[in-house]
Design a protein around this ligand. Structure first.
Ligand code: KG4
Ligand code: ZN
Length: 334
């Protein structure tokens, strides 16, 4: 019997994501619960994250099965994020996923969170074919990868310090915006004047494909500190930061295409939801005849659909886990 229904579970950080994937029906159920209890602390508190996943996960699995109109008996495989991420949070998804699979006597597979992000765009764009360049921009990672084939990913550039999403979130916090700040900062930046401040575009003077956002973050912080802290200044600082991050990502992405001679770019991770990044890359891609793909916004940030889909690819290739492990740190390539 082939693999049809795959349950995907994502609990690597502060999103409880559950989805059901079927090769003919696509994503038949898709729920993401974003934990709000961290807002009081301005950042994710690992122990609180684990407990909240524990409370939300089983109800979300039941709800997903109901939405798809199937019973647990119809599941053919279970995929869960097994790293990298917060150890306790990962354990909740992994233990529940693995236990359910054992009880149902079906295969299970621990999935690398970044591989799930890389493959997410294929869910809505089945025409994406290997090899392609991936610009992976999230709260924890910023990298350029050559995706040669399924399971074959080569990092060709990455951040030396902060991730792009981290820079968005930290400056958003300094500007007094709620956590996670990236989307709030992006919204505020829409009203900002792009001509007023110019922050540096880090590492663009270097020939390599690496990034660094820590200095830019400090620059934005110092700029904000010396200004009267009013709404107009808040908007203009937000805009200056967004312009600097988007231009830096976009220029390095263009250089990576030239260096690799690839003709396809897949943008992935939470920051791929950024409207200005999407527009800037789209303009360049149209001009340079590059095939450019983004996941839909709801598949950019953490979710169970990308895990279910990646799990399906593994099961299809007959790759299942015989052991159980989660890894807080887990470098690509495999
Ligand atoms: O992929 P993701 O959900 O989690 C990680 O694996 O890190 O990415 C979350 C990151 C956060 O830093 C968040 O602020 C950022 O993505 N983000 C955005 C936007 N939407 C999410 N950053 C800028 N503009 C957005 N619209
Ligand atoms: Zn992520």
């Amino acid at each position: 019997m082939g693999i049809n229904w795959v349950l995907g579970i994502e609990t690597s950080c502060d999103e409880t994501g559950v989805a059901l994937y079927h090769p003919n029906q696509g994503i038949a159920a898709h729920y993401v619960y974003t934990q709000t209890l961290h807002q009081a602390y301005g950042g994710v508190v690992p122990e609180l994250a684990s407990r909240d996943h524990l409370q939300k996960l089983l109800p979300l699995i039941e709800k997903s099965l109901k939405t798809a109109g199937i019973s647990t008996q119809e599941l053919d495989g279970i995929a869960y994020t097994s790293g990298p991420g917060l150890m306790g949070a990962l354990l909740v998804g992994a233990v529940i996923g693995k236990s359910l699979a054992l009880a149902l006597n079906i295969p299970s597979k621990g999935i690398h969170h970044l591989e799930a992000h890389i493959l997410a765009a294929q869910l809505s764009n089945p025409e994406i074919t290997f090899p392609f360049l991936t610009l992976l921009v999230s709260g924890g990672h910023t990298m350029l990868l050559k995706a040669h084939a399924f399971r074959q990913y080569e990092i060709i550039g990455q951040t030396l310090d902060d991730a792009a999403g981290e820079a968005f979130d930290k400056i958003a916090k300094i500007l007094g915006l709620p956590y996670p700040g990236g989307p709030h900062l992006a919204k505020l930046a829409e009203q900002g004047n792009p001509e007023r401040f110019r922050l540096s575009r880090p590492m663009l003077d270097r020939p390599n494909l690496d990034f660094s956002f820590s200095g830019l973050k400090t620059q934005a912080y110092l700029l904000w500190q010396r200004l009267p802290q009013d709404d107009v200044n808040r908007q203009d600082v937000a805009r200056a930061l967004e312009e600097a991050i988007v231009e830096t990502l976009s220029v390095k992405c263009q250089r990576a295409i030239t260096a690799t001679e690839l003709d396809t770019v897949v943008v992935a991770g939470g920051v791929a939801a950024n409207k200005r990044l999407r527009e800037t890359l789209a303009k360049w891609a149209a001009h340079d005849h590059i095939k450019l793909f983004f996941p839909p916004i709801e598949l950019c940030t953490d979710n169970g659909a990308m895990v279910a889909y990646t799990g399906y690819q593994y099961f299809k290739h007959g790759l299942v886990d015989t052991e159980f492990s989660v890894k807080a740190r887990w470098e690509l390539p495999f």
